[in-house]
Structures are given as structure tokens and as C-alpha cells.
Design a protein around this ligand. Sequence first.
Ligand SMILES: [Zn+2]
Length: 139
Amino acid sequence: MAEGHCVFCKIVRGELPSMKLYEDERTLCFMDINPATRGHSLVVPKAHRENIYEMSEAECADVMNVTKRVADAVRKTLEPDGLNLLQANGLQAFQTVFHFHMHIIPRYTNDPIKLPWIPREGNMEEIRKNSEIIRAFFE
Ligand SMILES: [Zn+2]
């Protein structure tokens, strides 16, 4: 999606309202208006980046640093029982807004959120083969 029509770019530019939690030169955190739980917020780079593949490592570090600050603030203020970070890339991963965003989702005992998979014992040979395929990229 072009930056001009991107809802998060419009929030960054102030063309759409948002409830900001934190802002600096390169990064913005604001409340998710479709919250999964109480206190759910989003951290975005101010520059339009569709997904993690378009982000520089420095931009990823900026987002993670702000995520850490906001997570600490959420922990001290709302006192959730836990907290998930969630970041989606691509339709198959349930990305719905195509401007990189990190979800900060406070978790509470008995909240309605269910993780989307049940861990099952893996095939060690298959796991080893996949590790070799990925690790070869770095060699
Ligand atoms: Zn955007």
C-alpha cells in the first residue's frame, strides 16, 4: 500500500487521531483501537516500512527499544499478569495493516486470548535439516 493511503502513516502525520503513549524522532507508540486486552498498544517506525524485510537493523532496534520502554510502563501501571509481543508479516501471518507494527499485548489471568497453536513434539531430523538450510545463509 502506498504511504499516502496507509492508516499508520496517517496516524504518524497526525491526519488521523490516535492515543499516543510514546513518541520520539523515529518511532511512535499508540493505543490499538481494536484491543485484544486492556492496554494493547502498537509500536511503529515513523517511516513507512511494509514488514520486517523492509526494515533496517537500526530501525528494528529503534522499535525494540521503544517496545521495551512501553512494556516496562505497562507492567508498572496496569500490572498485567503477563505480556505478549506479536509482530506479523504477510497475509498468511495475519498481517492486516501493511506498515510494520509490534503489538504489545498485556495478558491477564483468564483473558480471552488463546495462542494459535498447541506445541507438539517435532521430528528431530526435520528440525536439524531446517536448521542447516537457514544456517547456510550466514556462511
Ligand atoms: Zn505506512
